[in-house]
Design a protein around this ligand. Sequence first.
Ligand SMILES: C[S@@+](CC[C@H](N)C(=O)[O-])C[C@H]1O[C@@H](n2cnc3c(N)ncnc32)[C@H](O)[C@@H]1O
Length: 253
Amino acid sequence: MTAASDTTHFGFETVKLAEKQAKVDDVFHKVAGRYDLMNDLMSAGLHRVWKDALISALRPPRTRPFRHLDVAGGTGDVAFKILEAGGPETNVTVLDINGEMLAVGRERAQKRFPGDDRINFVQGNAEELALPADSFDAYTIAFGIRNVPRIDKALAEAYRVLKRGGRFLCLEFSHVDVPLLDKVYEAYSFNIIPPMGRMVTGEAEPYQYLVESIRKFPKPQVFANMIEDAGFRRASFTPMTGGVVALHSGWKL
Ligand SMILES: C[S@@+](CC[C@H](N)C(=O)[O-])C[C@H]1O[C@@H](n2cnc3c(N)ncnc32)[C@H](O)[C@@H]1O
């Protein structure tokens, strides 16, 4: 018999912890080529507004060195915004477990920032970063942590690689708490998003996983407690769009 602690969720399905990552990798392998288009369609462009809110909270400095790590960085959206907001001494590492997502990111970076050596792409696992301790000024993870099987390990790694005084910011789908909007959001999520995914990418299952995984992600206060348990101080969160998304923050002090 499998102990409860050896299992986790893959959407609404209960799976062995050791099996979740391969299933997640398969999701992003299937959608990588159409990932950005689907983000715009599904959120009606709102994901850009949420990512801009993350950059506003981060406020990368324009006149001093800034070493940034964007984990589960995928096709590079957050990294690009940090480069645009930061200065000449801003350096961003985009880390993702999925080679296909990174390949799309690299191609986009070459088009948007040709010859710019302030950005680099690294394949790796959020749970075990092959990066030195105390080496980054800030760490972001946008719509990524929900996919990581052992969230506590990823948070511990975030804490380890940040310098003292460093900032942790996490953008993630959350829980809608506005009457009526919650009903509309449920109907939209389950009835529109997977069929839209099938039309655009040829696959509905990755988007069925998306909407289910959002429901399984901890409530924002519970996740804030997990951030504090990893050692971060002043953990806080800001719900956006009626709770569709929350921006979580913590400091390594
Ligand atoms: C929904 S995408 C988010 C991409 C990007 N941050 C954005 O906001 O557009 C989730 C990403 O998490 C990555 N991912 C999943 N598990 C991971 C892990 N254990 N370590 C690093 N990246 C992971 C996936 O490969 C995928 O690129």
